[in-house]
Ligand binder design. Structure first.
Ligand code: NPG
Length: 367
């Protein structure tokens, strides 16, 4: 396959409601969409970096620059480009995993569309639909939280994830347990706690949570391993798991018993598949995380979530959880599940007029 160029598009898509986590609040999703043009087909990729480097060191403007200046030009040196050759071509450049993931995703989409193969089939999906959880941001009061959770349960979500931080943790969990009983419930701290918070985090143990996600810093595997010996709630890692090797190390150290796989965080869907395989080899369950993807990235995540080791509901929510108007045909929850797209490649494409309406910058990088 030969690339003629890559369109880098910055979009700003309003969220239906502010999304607050321990690392900040978003009410507009700024994302990059890549359109790779090849001699055989076009492919789409989505970069999950945020407007500011708060979840990780990456952010949208930096991702656009590293793509324009280094990553896209690096593909010109690959004679017969295949999706499997993208990561090695980009490996000399350090970091920028969400930018790399978006480019690999777009090349993979183009390749699969050209061959008439779906993302799910290419990755090894074994299900036609996936069970869906939902991420509930931090809100101003317990009553408001209970109303939000009640609405998501009414919508059919099969798992609730509560964002927590110091000062908003035990009481919200207690209130949700008392109101809704033994629903599938987990929490996500996004690195907000410290090693000295072990005693406080142990107060979550009586609530029979599925897991506590990334309580400590992304580089503190030993801290998580020590915490795992002091609390009964299973630890799940997110920010720490940047590669298959990191997953193997974390599991071996006893730092986690569950892994949240986010293709953007790990450099792409091919690495995400490798992490899935490493975790399966260690009998570690995985689930698919989310980075507020539009329907473009959501289609790929739903396909990934259909792999055999994804045994827990992920953050693969319906489009309407975040967007009044999605960039693609919306993903709709049916009996708590989303259908895995079956068309070639992603199986979805951005709706041109919707895409134009949210585009704030567009550039063409020729190869
Ligand atoms: O459902 C979703 O797409 C969002 C799920 C979610 O909470 N994502 C958080 C996270 O910390 O995991 C996030 C959002 C944006 C960027 C990075 C991470």
């Amino acid at each position: 396959m030969k690339i003629t160029g890559v369109e880098i598009r910055t979009v700003e898509v309003p969220l239906v409601s502010p999304f607050r986590t321990s690392f900040g609040t978003e009410d507009v999703r700024e994302a990059l969409l890549l359109r790779v043009v090849t001699d055989e087909a076009e492919g789409w990729g989505e970069c999950g970096a945020g407007t500011a480097p708060l979840y990780s060191s990456e952010y949208t403007r930096a991702a656009a620059d590293v793509l324009r200046s280094f990553l896209v030009p690096a593909l010109s040196g690959v004679a017969d480009l295949t999706p499997q050759r993208v990561a090695p071509a980009l490996a000399p450049f350090k970091g920028h995993r969400t930018a790399k993931a978006a480019l690999e995703m777009a090349v993979l989409d183009a390749d699969l569309r050209a061959r008439g193969v779906s993302f799910g089939h290419a990755l090894g999906a074994v299900r036609e639909r996936v069970p869906c959880g939902v991420s509930v941001g931090i809100v101003d009061s317990i009553p408001e939280l209970l109303d939000v959770v009640a609405a998501y349960l009414e919508a059919g979500y099969l798992r609730i994830k509560l964002k927590i931080e110091p000062g908003w943790d035990v009481e919200p969990v207690r209130a949700v347990r008392e109101r809704f009983g033994d629903i599938a419930l987990q929490v996500d701290a996004n690195t907000a706690y410290r090693r000295g918070d072990t005693g406080h985090l142990a107060k979550l143990d009586p609530f029979d949570l599925l897991l506590i996600e990334q309580p400590l810093a992304e580089d503190d595997l030993l801290g998580h391993a020590e915490l795992a010996r002091r609390i009964t709630t299973p630890i799940c890692l997110d920010e720490s798991i940047v590669s298959a090797r990191a997953a193997a190390d974390a599991i071996t150290l006893g730092a986690c018993r569950v892994v949240n796989i986010k293709p953007g965080r790990v450099g792409g869907y091919l690495e995400a598949r490798r992490i899935h395989d490493v975790c399966a080899a260690h009998n570690v369950p995985v689930w698919c995380g989310g980075m507020l993807e539009t329907g473009v990235g959501r289609a790929a995540n739903v396909a990934l979530a259909a792999l055999p080791g994804f045994v827990l509901p992920g953050d693969t929510s319906a489009s309407e959880r975040y967007y009044r108007t999605d960039l693609t045909e919306p993903f709709r929850l049916e009996d708590g599940h989303l259908a895995v797209p079956t068309g070639p490649g992603l199986g979805v494409t951005p709706i041109p007029e919707v895409l134009e309406a949210v585009t704030v910058a567009k550039e063409w990088v020729p190869l």
